[in-house]
Design a protein around this ligand. Structure first.
Ligand code: C5P
Length: 411
């Protein structure tokens, strides 16, 4: 993490009413210490838990508590949204998550969230039963689906009542790290770059109606394409058969089989790979295809068919070999290692792929935590080292990967 990330940035810190509100003071202090201007916002119930005077004292800024604050000549929520590089809700109650999921704008904080220019983080804190309630979980799912609010935590641990469970607010130092991460990824650091991303499964025909496939949803690759475009890149997304919408600003090429994917990637990157600055192979490419697919539907009546398989090309490894031969350091090559087994086994496989595929970065993840989920838990493995396993939405993971790509492109 760049220690300068918070320096000179404006953090709008919105405090809502939970006992964890006292920890918002520490978040404010750490942000100020790191050089940020912190604009504190409080709901009426937040002020029952922690004094506005405390937050004002720590931040050196007046605390804004309602939409009709006379200090603003115009609309307070618009002025705050204009000024803030990031808006962080610490803590975020079940009530505010519900109102955010509905898109309400009935107080200063929810209106500022709707108007925000930059990233919005919400840091939930509540009793574990409130967190697990289907209504709260539905609101969380909806917020993740909308993709405009990133949740930080909650974590497992003791809550105010003395009980334990998932609902405790993330630690202030971790919240500040999440703020830094979000600020780093809101930069347009891929402007002028061409990033090729593959996503989804491939389908290998058995006959005109059947295929060999896998459980990849395509969500990870689509998130990478969306985030790369948001960071300013020209993005070509080579998508296997999935029904996901094309992210804004992304050029999509639909394919079915591994060979079609290979051709589409070659077309996007050029023969000498010179048309691309980076390739992120998030697709779950089938390793095998049926050697001789039947031209007509295989019939039950004609006995059990025997399928003879043939090897598919390893798209990434072939491109990796080509780049080694060219002695160039670009395009930056990123592969995935989706494995079964414990963390150590997943990492062993990932480290091995750095050399077998000749890539710069391998995203290690366990199949049961990735396939079909909105979140993922990954470790980024490169020749410089092995990162810790960290959980995030697929958009968060996309940003972590793209930050590494961007760093490598900057040399
Ligand atoms: O060899 P394995 O399938 O474990 O490697 C996974 C990585 O290699 C992924 O990035 C995947 O997109 C890529 N791959 C490929 N061509 C294949 C199989 C995997 O490019 N035939």
């Amino acid at each position: 993490m760049d220690p300068q990330t918070l320096s000179g940035r404006c953090v709008a810190l919105a405090v809502t009413g939970s006992i964890a509100a006292y920890k918002a003071v520490e978040v404010a202090r750490l942000c100020v210490k790191a050089g940020a201007t912190v604009v504190p916002l409080m709901t009426a119930s937040a002020q029952r838990f922690v004094g506005a005077v405390t937050l004002a004292g720590i931040t050196g800024q007046p605390v804004i508590t309602d939409m009709w604050d006379a200090a603003f000549p115009g609309e307070a929520h618009v002025a705050i949204a204009e000024r803030a590089d990031i808006l962080v809700l610490v803590p975020a109650t079940a009530d505010v998550l519900s109102r955010l999921a509905q898109g309400r704008a009935d107080d200063l904080i929810t209106a500022a969230v709707l108007c925000a220019r930059g990233p919005v983080l919400a840091v939930p804190a509540m009793h574990p039963r409130m967190w697990q309630h289907p209504a709260t979980q539905r609101n969380v799912e909806e917020l993740l689906r909308q993709g405009r609010v990133t949740l930080v935590g909650p974590v497992d641990g003791q809550v105010a009542s003395g009980e334990s469970g998932l609902g405790r607010m993330e630690a202030p130092s971790e919240i500040v790290r999440a703020i830094e991460r979000a600020l780093e990824s809101s930069v347009r650091d891929l402007c002028g770059r061409h990033v090729v991303v593959t996503a989804g499964p491939t389908h290998e025909p058995i006959d005109p109606v059947r295929y060999l496939g896998n459980r990849s949803s395509g969500r990870m690759g689509f998130a990478i394409a969306a985030r790369a475009a948001a960071r300013g890149a020209n993005v070509t997304l080579v998508a296997g058969p999935v029904a996901l919408p094309t992210p804004a600003g992304v050029t999509r090429v639909n394919v079915e089989t591994a060979r079609q994917m290979q051709r589409a990637v070659a077309e996007a990157m050029g023969d000498d790979l010179g048309k691309a600055d980076a390739l992120v192979m998030a697709a779950a490419v089938a390793d095998f295809c049926v050697a001789a697919p039947s031209a007509s539907k295989l019939k039950k009546g004609s006995g059990l068919p025997t399928l003879t398989l043939a090897a598919n090309p390893d798209i990434l490894a072939e491109i990796g070999r080509k780049r080694v031969a060219s002695l160039a350091s670009t395009p930056v090559l990123v592969g995935f290692a989706l494995e079964t087994g414990d963390d150590a086994a997943v990492l062993r496989q990932a480290i091995g792929k750095l050399d077998t595929k000749h890539v710069d970065l391998v995203v290690a993840n366990a199949a049961h935590e990735s396939l079909g989920h909105a979140t993922n838990r990954v470790s980024l493995v490169s020749r410089e080292g092995v990162g810790p396993f960290t959980r995030g939405t697929k958009e968060n993971v996309a940003d972590w990967i793209l930050a590494e790509v961007s760093k490598r492109l900057r040399g």
